[in-house]
Design a binder for this molecule. Structure first.
Ligand code: ADP
Ligand code: MG
Length: 698
């Protein structure tokens, strides 16, 4: 039998498939399906198990709880919005044997997609009420136009994403045809490897992913195809990394180990093992002619700043400049205040550059001088007229707050290519990092400094009585001379009165605690004003600081032991974790109160809000939370900016397929010869053009 290469199939236009007219071809093209291989790789969204299709009457008599499908007619469509603005869409449906209801919670716009009289398939786990009535909640639903669909052969019927002008049945026929055109597809794995790695061959996988005889067959096919995607990813990233190392020449930073040892020995604390390890990784990496690009991950409070400071110390001793860019003035200032005194002891000059620094002439002069000095700043560091002479190291703090362009700008503002460290307290699981930051090396601080007390999490509803509990906690902490953060989502009252606004809360607390020093902090204030307040908080002159999320990142005040997050259901999971990290930085017990908006509780907030709250109180581990966050949001949103790399994965799921990823890594390490790599690379560039565009930080 003739084996067909992937690129051969990529050259056969879908127009060669019977049954696809001009209009349909256009529709297919619009969905990225141009060639036969594209069509084969148009994987089904799911399969319907023919044996799970039941009548409503059968459902009422079901003994076990399992996912089933009913084929029904819609008799009525209705929408209802609750007092807490939750939207509920209800469909009344019927078949020859009975009637049922299906409900969707949240903005899914069921009513615009379906209307009375439509025949639909509803799949989900049904709820059978005591009265015998049948109800579905948030089930999957699709239109069932073709009577054909049920006459297909096979126990499992593949269902595809909707493509305009083509029914699922027509897509199925087209795919069958395409598979016939390619009876055997060239496989980069040989038979021994396929056996050893317990995978299916490719031809079988491409067939079974669409038309499996059993779910087991489907999963085996899926495993092989996901494996391929991971292999493609790794091949592309390996190339990228290699070519970056070739093109990009940075200055080699010779580290003086004795000096660094003295530096670390003279700190106020002993570095953790993880900090020492990451410092070594960084110093070793900078001692090369190629540019270091390193992602430094560490949970909130793990001590990333001092690790960066060691790198700065080393670079400056080697005769180069270093720059650290932070997302807010408050944070830049804090870094300056903590690092300047340490570095000064070694005669290292540190300059602070933010938009509130008026006289910049001295700083700009220093930047263009040949002196090895250190700059800490905000976006002001990447303004038009800023140019560094001999910048050996560029550090970005809280990288998730910056866009790719801003990072690039810092790099490009120097006459030489600096080594780079990007720091994040929003840890990204390694697998996702592989896709998002393919060409970055990763260092992880996976340990907190000793003596940190676990923060206690408290979830309170918006009921009157719970509101009082919040005040009681405040009193308790004030008695112990501790400081308190109260964070609100908005500055002033928004359209919804039940969401706490910082200004109102401020007034309320002024009344409640007339003998304490209370201040308000928000983003609309002038920077000088903000800084003044932050420094007062820092030296313990403020008892309660009411603020918006301006305090979200980085702020470090060990005497603050209580943070109250108002309308907590409104914040993102990483944000909640960051906010919580404002306390628990000293050795005293700290608490974090997640306070739900007025009148609401865990059962009445939105589903996503509920999931986030449950997740945040379930763990203090930022890495675990990132994974939970991915599960709640779907991995596509991790980067916030460029998602091209992720959206290209058709079948591998970075959230769940760790085992397959590891298997593919093993294969990649052990089996890949240069010829094989070349072959896979060529296929990868054909099938995953977007991977080539994944963020590149040079
Ligand atoms: P993050 O990783 O969130 O940026 P920071 O670098 O701000 O954390 O460090 C948090 C606090 O922990 C700072 O006050 C810092 O001085 C302190 N710290 C850092 N490393 C250690 C250590 N090894 N032992 C004790 N305290 C440390
Ligand atoms: Mg930090």
């Amino acid at each position: 039998m003739v084996k067909r290469e992937i690129y051969y199939l990529d050259n056969i236009n879908v127009s060669e498939i019977k049954g696809f007219g001009e209009k349909r071809i256009k529709s297919l093209n619009k969905n990225g399906i141009k060639s036969i291989i594209d069509l084969i790789r148009f994987y089904p969204r799911k399969h319907i198990d023919r044996s799970s299709i039941l009548t409503i009457e059968d459902v009422g008599n079901l003994f076990e709880i399992k996912e089933i499908t009913v084929l029904v007619n819609i008799t009525k469509v209705s929408v209802f919005t609750t007092r807490s603005r939750l939207r509920i869409a209800t469909l009344s449906v019927s078949d020859n044997t009975g009637v049922a209801k299906a409900k969707w919670f949240g903005p899914q716009y069921i009513e615009t997609r379906f209307k009375e009289g439509d025949t639909v398939a509803i799949s989900g786990i049904p709820e059978v009420k005591k009265t015998g009535s049948v109800e579905f909640k948030n089930a999957t639903i699709e239109k069932y136009l073709d009577a054909d669909e049920l006459n297909e052969t096979g126990a499992l019927i593949p269902i595809y994403k909707k493509i305009e002008g083509l029914s699922s049945s027509l897509i199925r026929k087209g795919i069958k045809h395409a598979l016939k055109r390619s009876p055997e597809i060239e496989d980069y794995m040989n038979i021994q490897q396929i056996t050893e790695y317990e995978l299916l061959d490719r031809t079988t996988s491409f067939n079974d992913i669409h038309f499996p005889e059993s779910l087991d067959e489907y999963y085996r096919a899926k495993k092989r195809l996901a494996f391929d995607e991971f292999i493609y990813l790794q091949t592309i990233f390996k190339r990228k990394k290699k070519s970056n190392k070739l093109i990009v020449g940075s200055e080699k930073i010779e580290t003086n180990n004795n000096l660094v040892d003295t530096f670390t020995a003279n700190l106020d604390f002993e570095l953790t093992k993880a900090q020492k390890r990451t410092i070594n990784e960084i110093l070793k990496d900078m001692n090369k002619k190629s540019a270091m690009k390193r992602l430094l991950q560490g949970d909130v409070g793990s001590g990333k700043t001092i690790v960066a400071a060691c790198a700065v110390f080393s670079v400056i001793n080697a005769g180069f400049k270093a720059a650290l860019m932070a997302p807010t003035e408050v944070l830049a200032e804090q870094h300056y205040n903590s690092l300047n005194p340490i570095l000064k002891k070694y005669n290292i000059k540190t300059y602070l550059l933010t938009s509130s620094v008026k006289d910049r002439s001295e700083i700009l002069k220093q930047m263009s001088s040949s002196d090895p000095v250190f700059f800490i700043g905000t976006h002001a560091l990447i303004q038009e007229n800023v140019h560094f002479n001999n910048l050996g190291l560029a550090i970005i703090d809280e990288q998730q707050r910056f866009g790719v362009d801003q990072r690039k700008k810092l790099i490009e503002s120097s006459n030489i290519i600096p080594h780079q460290i990007v720091m994040t307290a929003t840890p990204i699981p390694r697998t996702t990092a592989l896709a998002v930051y393919g060409d970055l090396d990763i260092s992880v601080i996976d340990e907190l400094p000793p003596g940190r007390k676990e923060i206690e999490n408290i979830l309170l509803s918006g009921d009157e009585s719970d509101n009082d509990v919040v005040i009681d906690y405040c009193k308790e902490h004030l008695k112990n001379k501790s400081q308190i953060f109260i964070v609100c989502p908005y500055i002033d009252e928004s359209e919804n009165k039940d969401i706490k606004a910082a200004e109102n809360v401020y007034k309320q607390y002024l009344n409640l605690f007339p003998n304490n020093k209370i201040k308000l902090l928000h983003g609309r204030m002038k920077s000088e004003e903000k800084e003044l307040i932050m420094s007062e908080m820092n030296i313990g002159q403020i008892d309660i600081l009411i603020s918006t999320v301006v305090i979200e990142v980085g702020i470090d005040i060990p005497n603050a032991t209580l943070i109250v997050i108002e309308s907590a259901e409104r914040f993102g999971l990483n944000q909640l974790h960051q906010l919580r990290g404002r306390v628990g930085r000293g050795t005293i017990n700290s608490q974090c109160i997640f306070h739900i908006s007025n009148k609401l509780d865990l059962d009445t907030v939105t589903e996503v809000g509920k999931q986030r709250l449950k997740a945040i109180i379930s763990t203090n581990d930022g890495f675990k939370l990132s994974e939970l966050d991915l599960q709640i949001r779907g991995e596509g949103k991790v980067t916030g900016t460029d998602q091209s790399g992720l959206s290209d994965l058709k079948i591998a799921d970075l959230r769940y397929d760790f085992d397959i990823l590891n298997l593919s890594k093993r294969f990649f390490k052990k089996e890949i010869t240069p010829e094989l790599e070349e072959k896979i690379y060529n296929e990868a560039t054909l099938l995953f053009p977007n991977f080539l565009k994944v963020e590149d930080t040079t």
